[in-house]
Design a protein around this ligand. Structure first.
Ligand code: GAL
Length: 369
């Protein structure tokens, strides 16, 4: 099982890389050019021994990279804010894949401000980038973003914050790559159902929980909140919501909410559901400060499989988490972008491409570390 999951995640990544390589067309040219030129550069550097020759070779390499970037295209990437743990992993993966394929990439920090991001999108359009990859600040701004990129005729991949199918149908050179957040919520519920008492630690016939929500404007937060609890009720468990508060994906807010609730509800809290790992790490600090012990007198689950959370799952300080596959999504976004650059258009209702979530328990956590 352990191995299968790892293999599945890895297979997915390599499948994507494979299909990207296989999709041919305009994108294969820069790759080949880069590889051939890099080989020539290496050979030249090896043959020459003087410092001047090495310098010349380095210059050549730079020129090659620039040329490849030009041929590969200029890509504008807009991230909703840099100060977000999961999106940091994601944007680094995205940048690495794009640069590895010879694109010239500019990544902008939206600073959680839609007006700021709108300016960044307009600047990218003015610079005539070849494609855009956008993680919107506000899902509610999707209509406006889609109208803007459509007007400019720029192929666009939306990531991480999913608009509705209807909104996306306005532009056929637009696609969303992400995950189906319902799946992650369901998996969180299953992690609780997999515990010896199915979350009912005190045996009173119901699972009493608090829910620490991400930004509620975001469909990830809405679905994880709904489907984690639904998994319990679908399995016939009674549930009691002691509190639901927005923590905006933020570790400090997760800590504050958990601290207040632990003071208020004490041992009545059997489960803390967090819409993401960063808030769960914050909640864990509050749990430990309150002298409670995860998996003994309280359960704690998150989503993302951040390194810090994987460590806590292994150490038994988190009941489990759910892999939000940043690498898989980044690879998928680039693949979709290249398809758009190759002239592909997407029909209404077929504009969402999903990467699977994976349930993470102490048994398989090491596979993702
Ligand atoms: C979620 C992720 C959160 C946060 C959010 C930003 O998918 O689980 O940690 O990064 O996206 O929109």
């Amino acid at each position: 099982m352990k191995l299968t999951r790892k293999v599945t995640a890895m297979a997915l990544a390599s499948m994507m890389v494979f299909s990207m390589a296989a999709c041919g067309g305009s994108d294969s040219a820069p790759e080949t050019t880069t590889a051939a030129a890099a080989e020539t550069t290496t050979a030249a550097a090896a043959a020459e021994t003087t410092a001047a020759a090495t310098e010349a070779a380095e210059k050549d390499a730079e020129t090659t990279a620039e040329a490849a970037g030009g041929a590969g295209g200029n890509i504008g990437v807009c991230i909703y804010k840099f100060d977000d743990a999961f999106m940091t992993t994601y944007r680094n993966a995205l940048q690495e894949i794009l640069e590895g394929k010879g694109y010239t990439v500019t990544v902008m920090d939206g600073k959680n401000d839609q007006a700021e991001q709108n300016n960044q999108i307009n600047n990218f359009i003015a610079q005539e980038v070849d494609a855009l990859i956008i993680n919107p600040v506000m899902t509610s701004a999707a209509d406006q973003i889609i109208a803007t990129v459509k007007d400019a005729g720029i192929p666009t991949v939306l990531i991480n914050r999913e608009p509705t199918a209807e909104q996306m149908s306005a532009y056929d050179k637009l696609v969303y790559v992400g995950c189906d957040a319902r799946q992650s919520g369901t998996m969180q519920g299953e992690l609780i159902l997999d515990t010896p008492n199915k979350g009912d630690i005190n045996g009173d016939g119901k699972v009493s929980y608090i829910m620490i929500q991400g930004d509620p404007e975001n469909v990830d937060a809405q679905y994880r909140t709904e489907f984690s609890v639904k998994a319990l009720t679908d399995a016939g468990m009674e549930v009691e919501e002691l509190d639901l508060q927005r923590g905006d994906w933020d570790r400090n807010k997760g800590q504050e909410i958990a601290q207040n609730d632990l003071a208020k509800f004490g041992n009545d809290i059997e489960v803390i559901f967090c819409n993401n790992d960063d808030m769960a790490i914050g909640a864990l600090q509050a749990i430990q400060a309150a002298g409670r012990k995860v998996n003994e007198d309280i359960y704690l689950v998150g989503v993302d499989a951040l390194d810090a959370a994987l460590n806590e799952v292994v150490n038994g300080n988190m009941t489990g988490t759910v892999l939000n596959d940043a690498n898989g999504q980044a690879a998928g976004a680039v693949e979709a972008m290249e398809a758009l650059l190759g002239g592909k258009t997407y029909a209404a209702g077929e504009q969402s491409i999903y990467v699977d979530y994976v349930k993470v328990t102490p048994e398989n956590a090491a596979d993702f570390q």
